[in-house]
Design a protein. Sequence first.
Length: 267
Amino acid sequence: MNQFFLDSHAHLDDSAFDADRDAAIARAREAGVRYILVAGGGTGPDRIDSPIPIAEQHEWIYASVGVHPHEAQHFTAAHAERLGELAQHPKVVAIGEVGLDYFYDHSPRDTQQRVLIQQMELARGLKLPIIIHCRDAWPDLRKLAEAHWKATGLGGILHCFSGTLEDAQLLMDWGFLISFAGNITYKKAENLRTVARQIPLERLLTETDCPYLAPVPWRGKRNEPSWVSAVTKQLAELRGLAEEELGQQIIRNFEGFLADVTLRRGT
């Protein structure tokens, strides 16, 4: 099968996959998924290494490590030291997911900001891009990214994008790719579809954010990487392109992201 799907943000280390993780990975490959990035942070700072063993088992799977804003209040100096060690693993291609979440406010906002800055500085030293989670916090995210990240030129990925076109344009100018998840297929997500129509094709990525945000027609079920096909299909329809044509462009975008990481590590 021609593999032209990308899942740039999957939480395969989540306990929701404990019963069938290998089978879910096999289904993804069978469905034509060429790459998966297992995103760190969702299991908390004490399990900061959890994406790496999954990536080690598959040549086509990569990992990121980081502390999610929900868990920021639990981030310690020991976690920061461990994060720096893990980030040097050859299968780790980014620090993340990091960011701000003012919707749930599971950690105090000042703590979220402090921990985001700490992880930005760590990523700067390692020459790694960052994967950003931002919900209802775009003004502060823009401010912190401008002050602490823009000058690095390292860019990253805005995962499960939920901002405005202005947000996207500003961060694309600072080197970010824009990733859309299954919520772009939801009936009430016309604002996301409007933005997605206007993102340059060379800046687009797709993801599932599994086990969350299953796309239509699986909404409400546990999401998995094979279902990223529905996100690709939706984006292709929005852009007036064949599904495979868009998918191949997204694969090239991700391969460029990986190549940049490899190049910087070699310098």
